[in-house]
Design a protein around this ligand. Structure first.
Ligand SMILES: C[S@@+](CC[C@H](N)C(=O)[O-])C[C@H]1O[C@@H](n2cnc3c(N)ncnc32)[C@H](O)[C@@H]1O
Length: 176
């Protein structure tokens, strides 16, 4: 399911402790401290938050950095955990010999192989994954292919329409 709107308005309406993993690439200029506070409320304690970012987020107390990987074009994949408790899954290291590298594109989608790594190493069948900056729905598509539930939030209605179409097409590919 994808909601159209500002994630800072919509996230407070999502049930607390309902999300197993967050996989997202926030746009430049977003107040990450506010986003991470809103994400922390909805993420289960043993969950994982993956952030693909140009730079390093300033983390409020409580977050633990699991791992940071340079994936090209100055972008780094951050694996964060909301407590210092052991996460539900211990993610295998990212294999950069596969096609994980960021490419430039009008819609700035996350590389599919990178999202697949996040989905398969930090969630299991039926888990609920959130992307609060869902764009054209890469995280949603990979979730549908791997049997994970998906909640997306996106401010741009054009991108929401594209994401819904891409996710529907990938569901059809899995089902047929
Ligand atoms: C880097 S793109 C995300 C791409 C996405 N991960 C994908 O693979 O398609 C960032 C997205 O955040 C959206 N966005 C910007 N501000 C937002 C906000 N306040 N709430 C929700 N979405 C927002 C932009 O429209 C853009 O689609």
């Amino acid at each position: 399911m994808i909601h159209t709107g500002d994630c800072l308005d919509i996230l407070p309406r999502v049930r607390a402790d309902s999300i197993d993993a967050v996989i997202t690439s926030p746009p430049f200029g977003m107040p990450l401290d506010r986003v991470l506070r809103a994400v922390r409320r909805v993420l289960v304690d043993e969950g994982t938050c993956w952030l693909l970012l140009d730079g390093t987020p300033v983390l409020a107390e409580g977050w633990t950095v699991g791992n940071v990987t340079d994936v090209g074009h100055h972008e780094r994949l951050h694996r964060l955990h909301p407590t210092d408790q052991p996460p539900r899954y211990v993610a295998a290291p990212l294999d950069l010999t596969r096609d994980h590298r960021v490419v430039c594109d009008r819609f700035a989608p996350m590389p599919e192989a990178l999202v697949t790594h996040c989905v398969t190493t930090s969630t299991c069948l039926g888990d609920l994954v959130l992307d609060p900056f869902c764009g054209i729905g890469t995280t949603g598509r990979i979730c549908s292919e791997w049997g994970r539930s998906f909640l997306g939030i996106e401010i741009d209605p054009l991108r929401v329409a594209l994401a819904e179409a891409y996710i529907a097409r990938s569901v059809a590919r899995v089902v047929v």
